[in-house]
Design a protein around this ligand. Structure first.
Ligand code: EZ4
Ligand code: CO
Length: 402
C-alpha cells in the first residue's frame, strides 16, 4: 500500500478548521485535524509545502517511522505549527490503519479500558447567578463534571464568558480584540463563585476551573488554598508553564489539583511537571501534541508519576480531533477526564462522526479508524474567515497573558 496524495481542506462552518486527507493506492483514505486556532494557514502551508510532497509513495502502515522522519527530519524540532502538522499526518495514518484492519482505533491501541469517557462541560455566566443556572443546566443534562467560569465585577469581559449560551468562541475578530485584566479583582471574586456552587449543589459533581495562565506562581498558590474547601477536581493553567519549576512554589502552598498542558506540543514541555509530580492532569491532546503516537508517550510517562490525562477539547479542536481523542481516552489506562464543548450543528454536519454523548459520558463508536469523516462539498460552502484570539492588557495598559 502506498500514499498517493495528501490534501488540506480549510473550512469555516462557524469557525475555522484545517483538515488533512491522506489518500492511498488502495482507495482507503484517512483524516487528521491540523487546526491551530488563529494560525490556521501557517499549518496548512507547512503541510502542503513541506510535508505532503515527502509522503507520496510511502507505506502508510509505517506510522512510527513516518513520525520519526517528520520530527527528526525537519531538523527544527517542536513548536506548535510543526507538531500540529505532524499530528495531522499521524492521526490520518492511524485512521487508515484502522480502516485496513476494520477495527476502531481504540482496539489498535490495546482495547477498551472503560465503558465510557467522562467529559466535562462548560458552565459560563456573566455573573455568579448566571453561572449557577448554567451549572444546573449541565447537571440536568447528566454531566458528572462541570467547568465553571464567571464574569468579574469591574472587568468588561474575561476569558470563558460567552455571548452565546450554547457555543463559546473566543476567536471572534480578524484583528485580535483587547480585554482588560485585573488579578486582584479576579482573586477576590473566584472563591465566591465556588462557595455559591457548593452551597447550591453540594459536592456531588466534579467542579473544574480554568485560570487561563493569568497568575504568578505565588498568586496561584493563594487561589488554590482559598479554593480548598470547595474541593475542585482541578485548577487549570494557573500560571504560564514555560518555567516548569515554577509549579514547585504552587505545590508548597496548596493541595488543589492542577491541570496543565493544552498549549504543550511535546513531552519535553511537561517532563519536569510530570517527573516531579508538580501537576495532577496533563491536558495535551492529539492535534497539538504530535498525534496519537506522541500523546501515547506523554501518557505513559505520566502514568509512572500518578498523573492522569485531561485532554483539551475546546471547539477549536475539530470533530476529527475529538473522535481520535475519544478512542485514546477509551484505551488510556491513566485517564482522568475529557473536555467537551459542543460543536455547532453546522460543524457537525460538515464532519459526520461515530461518537456520541450520553449522561455525562462520551463513546467513540465502533466505526473503523477514528470514525470521523468530512463532507467536502458542504465544507466548500464555508470558506476560511481570518480570525484571531483576543489579547489581554492590565488596567494600566501593559500586555498580559490572555
Ligand atoms: O482558550 O482552545 O480549556 N480550554 C481553553 C480553551 C482555549 C482555546 C484556545 O484556542 O482554555 O477555551
Ligand atoms: Co484551558
Amino acid at each position: 500500500m502506498k500514499i498517493t496524495a495528501g490534501r488540506v481542506i480549510v473550512c469555516s462552518p462557524g469557525r475555522n478548521f484545517v483538515t488533512l486527507r491522506i489518500e492511498t493506492d488502495e482507495g482507503i483514505d484517512g483524516l487528521g485535524d491540523a487546526t491551530l486556532n488563529g494560525r490556521e494557514l501557517a499549518v496548512a502551508t507547512y503541510l502542503t509545502e513541506h510535508i505532503i510532497p515527502a509522503l507520496i509513495g510511502r507505506d502508510p502502515a509505517m506510522i512510527e517511522d513516518i513520525w520519526q522522519y517528520l520530527y527528526r527530519g525537519a531538523y527544527w524540532r517542536r513548536g506548535p505549527v510543526t507538531m500540529c502538522a505532524i499530528a495531522a499526518v499521524d492521526t490520518a495514518l492511524w485512521d487508515i490503519k484502522g480502516k485496513v484492519a476494520r477495527l476502531p482505533l481504540y482496539q489498535l491501541l490495546g482495547g477498551r479500558s472503560r465503558d465510557g469517557v467522562m467529559v466535562y462541560g462548560h458552565a459560563n455566566g456573566k455573573d455568579i447567578d448566571e453561572t449557577l443556572d448554567e451549572v444546573a443546566r449541565y447537571a440536568g443534562l447528566g454531566y458528572k463534571a462541570i467547568r465553571a467560569q464567571s464574569g468579574i465585577p469591574g472587568l468588561a469581559s474575561t476569558y470563558g464568558v460567552s455571548k452565546d449560551r450554547m457555543y463559546y468562541e473566543p476567536a471572534d475578530a480578524a484583528i485580535a480584540s483587547e480585554n482588560v485584566w485585573s488579578t486582584s479583582k479576579y482573586l477576590d471574586h473566584v472563591p465566591k463563585l465556588f462557595e455559591a456552587i457548593r452551597v447550591r449543589f453540594g459536592f456531588e459533581h466534579h467542579i473544574l476551573h480554568d485560570v487561563h495562565h493569568r497568575l504568578t506562581p505565588i498568586e496561584a498558590g493563594r487561589l488554590g488554598k482559598a479554593l480548598e474547601p470547595y474541593r475542585l477536581f482541578w485548577m487549570e493553567d494557573p500560571t504560564p508553564a514555560e518555567n516548569q519549576e515554577g509549579f514547585r512554589l504552587i505545590r508548597q502552598h496548596t493541595v488543589t489539583p492542577i491541570a496543565v498542558g493544552e498549549v504543550f506540543n511535546t513531552i519535553h514541555d511537561c517532563q519536569t511537571l510530570i517527573t516531579e509530580q508538580l501537576i495532577d492532569f496533563v491536558r495535551a491532546t492529539v492535534v497539538h501534541a504530535g498525534g496519537i503516537t506522541h500523546l501515547r508517550r506523554i501518557a505513559h510517562l505520566a502514568e509512572l508519576y500518578h498523573v492522569r490525562t485531561g485532554c483539551h477539547g475546546a471547539t477549536d479542536l475539530s470533530p476529527v480531533c475529538m473522535g481520535a481523542a475519544l478512542h485514546f481516552d477509551t484505551w488510556v489506562p491513566n485517564f482522568g477526564v475529557q473536555e467537551y464543548m459542543r460543536h455547532t450543528p453546522e460543524t457537525d454536519a460538515v464532519f459526520p462522526h461515530a461518537y456520541w454523548y450520553d449522561q455525562g459520558y462520551m463513546h467513540p463508536g465502533d466505526a473503523p479508524g477514528h470514525g470521523v469523516v468530512i463532507d467536502e462539498k458542504l465544507a466548500a460552502k464555508y470558506p476560511y474567515q481570518p480570525s484571531a484570539l483576543p489579547v489581554n492588557r492590565l488596567e494600566d495598559g501593559s500586555m498580559w497573558n490572555w
